[in-house]
Design a binder for this molecule. Structure first.
Ligand code: DGL
Length: 267
């Protein structure tokens, strides 16, 4: 495997940019290909077999584009198809994401945590086993949050509409006095300022971006495929949707100062 080859990162849409940003910060020499499967977004309200199929198609496409490694920057896609990607492509290292239930259970002070994620993630076997493994003695309140992904996809991350919808989902958790809220969908970190505003400064909000970036670095080093070329890596963006539309939102959320070009992915 060529160390200079890119890392392929994907999500149902632009949410995975919250993970991509952490990878970019930690691994400045790596070339990155990001694919937003916008034509099939949102994943989290669809049925598992359909999303499993999509994750296999998208991961396969990134490998065809020359990715040396895949990061599945989507909790819903991981719930549906992470194991299957590993089965189908045993030669390619694959890093996934999962809601930060373990750190939340370790860090809660009053033993009450809330988890905001998609229905697909919250009803999956992976999530149940996370709670079983780490949540003993902890009150874990889950909250599916349809509509938030669409708001982020349309760049409405600070709108009153987003604040209203967030109140609907957060108020029941806050009434139960959770002191820690897990952002179990990679779109939600873009709503973090509003979430923190609603929850108040005492509530700890956790996501997994930095941990996933560290895991990506660990795996690259273990496999001996880390790029240490000493020159800045290049970011490439693809979408299965409408490139011009997706480019507008990428520009808003990916504050790199570089010119953003989004290419059409044939998936
Ligand atoms: N960003 C995704 C996740 O982490 C996907 C959300 C969706 O498409 O519903 O779950």
């Amino acid at each position: 495997m060529d160390n200079n080859a890119p890392i392929g990162v994907f999500d149902s849409g632009v949410g995975g940019l919250s993970i991509l940003g952490e990878i970019r910060r930690l691994l400045p020499d790596e070339h990155l290909i990001y694919l937003a499967d916008s034509a099939h977004c949102p994943y989290g309200i669809k049925h598992l077999p359909e999303i499993r199929q999509r994750t296999l198609v998208v991961a396969g496409y990134l490998i065809e584009l020359g990715a040396k490694m895949i990061v599945v920057a989507c909790n819903s896609a991981c719930a549906a198809g992470l194991d299957q990607i590993r089965e189908v492509h045993p030669e390619v290292p694959v890093v996934g994401v999962e809601p930060a239930v373990k750190p939340a259970c370790n860090r809660t002070r009053n033993g009450k945590i809330g988890v905001l994620a998609t229905k697909l993630t919250l009803t999956g076997a992976k999530f149940s086993s996370l709670v079983e493994q780490y949540g003993s003695g902890i009150e874990v309140y889950t909250q599916p949050a349809p509509g938030l992904v669409e708001l982020v996809e349309s760049g409405k991350v600070a709108d009153p509409e987003a604040e209203d919808l967030l109140h609907q989902y957060l108020d029941p958790l806050l009434e139960r006095q959770v002191d820690t809220i897990v952002l179990g969908c990679t779109h939600y970190p873009f709503l973090r300022p509003l979430i923190q505003k609603i929850a108040g400064p005492k509530v700890l909000i956790l996501d997994t971006g930095a941990a996933v970036a560290r895991q990506t670095r660990r795996v690259l080093e273990q496999k001996g495929i880390r790029n240490l070329g000493g020159t800045p890596g290049i970011d490439h963006f693809y979408t299965s949707g409408e490139p011009a539309e997706v480019a507008k939102v990428v520009k808003l959320l990916w504050k790199s100062g570089q010119e953003i070009v989004v290419r059409k992915a044939a998936v």
